[in-house]
Design a protein around this ligand. Structure first.
Ligand code: GLN
Length: 222
């Protein structure tokens, strides 16, 4: 079986390249029937309103929801996280359709617009770093969302202090979670050379055997 990567818009090529570095084949998914041929799915970052419009045009939402509900592993990065959330809030959330399944509220563009995009070193969660490597990973936030609250079944993998950012109540916001078959990150591991997040996702896919060991350099590739 191969890993599907939703290829409507956004950083799907970068995800396929990261999978390739681990010796795993990623295939582009654009049509509902293509989901039948993949064991798991990555929903990349991009622009979630555009991605939602294209998904609607291709009649993908029912098949995506079924895929999630069947318990197949799905990883959403950035816009992909927004897709998976049960609820999206924040500016420019114009009632766009969501796949849902991930019991959380996500705030779109939480960190601001394109110009407020940033990179930072975050501690690598222990479960993700089982292979070893540096204690931190390079987290690339591009018009990034943040998770404001999570349900009881959601495991928080990473958060980030927001003291520099003007929000009233929390000192930290959540930027990576896992809930059963679902993984979601507000940042873009596919834009770095560090494949530990991809390795971690692949471990959620029983059929996949990772051919290469994870590359743990933390430099960004784009
Ligand atoms: N904030 C964007 C959105 O709402 C997502 C940004 C990203 O995927 N890099 O779609």
């Amino acid at each position: 079986m191969v890993v599907g990567v939703l290829a409507l818009q956004g950083s799907f090529n970068e995800h396929i390249a990261a999978l390739k570095r681990l010796g795993v084949k990623g295939v582009e998914v654009r049509k509902p029937e293509q989901l039948l041929n993949v064991s798991s799915l990555i929903i990349p970052g991009g622009e979630s309103t555009t991605m939602a419009k294209l998904a609607e045009l291709h009649n993908l939402f029912p098949a995506l929801r079924e895929f999630v509900q069947m318990g197949k592993p799905v990883w959403g990065t950035c816009a992909g996280l927004i897709f998976l959330a049960n609820k999206a809030t924040g500016q420019k959330t114009g009632g766009q359709e969501l796949v849902g399944g991930l019991d959380c509220t996500v705030h779109r563009n939480f960190f601001g617009s394109q110009i407020q995009s940033f990179e930072t070193e975050l501690p690598i969660p222990q479960v993700v770093a089982k292979e070893g490597g540096p204690p931190c990973f390079r987290a690339v936030f591009i018009r990034a969302p943040a998770i404001l609250d999570v349900g009881p079944d959601v495991e928080v993998l990473a958060d980030i202090p927001v003291s520099a950012i003007a929000i009233q109540k929390e000192e930290k916001v959540i930027v990576a979670v896992k809930q059963g078959n679902l993984l979601a990150t507000a940042f873009h591991p596919e834009l770095t050379a560090d494949t530990r997040w991809h390795s971690y996702f692949l471990k959620m896919v029983p059929e996949i055997e990772v051919g290469a060991s994870a590359i743990v350099s933390t430099s960004t590739t784009t």
